[in-house]
Design a protein around this ligand. Structure first.
Ligand code: GMT
Length: 375
């Protein structure tokens, strides 16, 4: 198949899922055309089956806001015609699904039919998409897609609950490349960070409010009173300075390391004993899956689809959103029982294997075929 993939070129989340999916499709012989405004971070290599088409928006003094959606739709039209695409697969509804609808209508006038699949990732539904300034467009463009997928059962349910959706939503969970995300022998780094044999706790995210990183700091403050430990925070975003201030207020700053954005996240995960994901909303929690693939148990909230990834009592522990007492209790329990920790590390890997890209890729390929044949 010749597939157009439209996504945000982000370091994590939907951008990474879209990029890794495209790479996997290319590796089994499909021709993949990425259409986005800058080269996705994980697309920094040559493959004969991967193409990159940059969307550039002409500026004009009249434009207070650049009309990216129009430029994207025009690029989709151009690439579909010139590369003879069989399918457009857009990741994250806003504004990709409505741009794809527009492109499809333009192509129809030119006698070309191209089906559109929209993959819902989370905040396009649970946060931003519900805003009245987007909701009618999101509802319309989901309903007008030839196929719609969601990355978890929870996100599918939220979509039906929040929007008037008339079509079937297929759940295709996120996936992991187990060849890349695996525990590596990095003991020398661990000794450098935890010189006295402390336990290493970790979190990675884009540091948005929705991640509730302040809960992690409060939990850590309680845990380190009982168990000598360090906290590694990877990523960057709007909440970072507030979190740094909270660490100072609680007097834990000496035991917290902020690493910023890290490309080789699997190396840091290889050192960790516990991973935190305490989000308010989380459609799936790819970061937790990446940790589990590196044999790191997860202490999480029960937001959204996290419980489809992290199984309470098996791969870690799950608490109500914001219940820092329970999260601290669970972390102490896990870190003070070596047998339990070893077992949960093993269980985490076993569970992560269920989301192996090699298992999930055929679900997308079959779905593509089904949508193409039905549209
Ligand atoms: O987590 C984020 O804030 C980024 C966001 C995105 O859209 O890029 O991630 C969402 O999509 C990921 C990939 O499908 C999911 O693993 C995340 O759970 C989801 N984030 C939220 O729902 C908050």
């Amino acid at each position: 198949m010749k597939i157009g993939i439209i996504c945000y070129p982000t370091y994590g989340g939907s951008g990474v899922v879209a990029t890794e999916l495209g790479k996997a499709l290319a590796s089994v012989g499909h021709e993949v055309h990425f259409i986005t405004y800058t080269q996705p971070p994980r697309l920094d290599f040559f493959s004969e089956n991967i193409f990159y088409h940059e969307v550039s928006v002409a500026s004009y003094p009249l434009f207070q806001y650049l009309p990216y959606e129009s430029a994207l739709a025009s690029k989709m039209v151009d690439v579909t015609i010139n590369e003879k695409l069989d399918l457009l697969h857009v990741h994250y509804a806003i504004p990709h699904a409505s741009a794809a609808y527009l492109a499809k209508q333009i192509l129809k006038y030119k006698g070309i039919h191209v089906p559109v699949i929209t993959t819902l990732h989370g905040t396009d539904i649970t946060l931003v998409g519900r805003d009245p300034s987007f909701e009618p467009v999101v509802t319309f463009s989901i309903n007008e897609s030839d196929g719609v997928t969601a990355v978890s059962e929870s996100l599918r349910n939220d979509t039906y609950a929040e929007f008037e959706i008339l079509s079937a939503i297929e759940v295709i969970p996120n996936f992991i490349d187990l060849k890349r995300f695996k525990k590596q022998a990095k003991e020398h780094f661990k000794i450098a960070i935890c010189p006295h044999g402390e336990k290493l706790l970790m979190h990675t995210s884009n540091f948005r409010k929705v991640k509730r990183i302040e809960d992690i700091i409060h939990v850590f403050e309680k845990v380190r009173k009982v168990i000598p430990s360090k906290l590694l925070l990877v990523g960057d975003g709007p909440e970072r300075s507030a979190i740094e201030a909270l660490c100072r207020d609680l007097g834990v700053q000496g035991d917290v390391r902020f690493l910023g954005k890290l490309d080789t996240i699997e190396e840091a995960l290889s050192l960790a004993d516990v991973f935190f994901l305490t989000s308010e909303k989380e459609s799936f929690g790819l970061a937790a899956l990446e940790a589990m693939a590196c044999e790191v148990p997860v202490i999480s909230s029960n937001a959204g689809g996290i419980t489809e990834v992290n199984i309470h009592g098996e791969t870690g522990f799950v608490s109500e959103i914001g219940d820092i007492e329970d999260m601290a209790k669970n972390t102490i329990k896990l870190l003070s029982d070596e047998a339990l920790l070893t077992q949960m590390k093993k269980n985490s890997l076993v569970r992560a294997q269920l989301f192996d890209i090699e298992k999930i890729l055929p679900l997308y390929e079959n779905y593509y075929q089904r949508v193409i044949s039905q549209s």
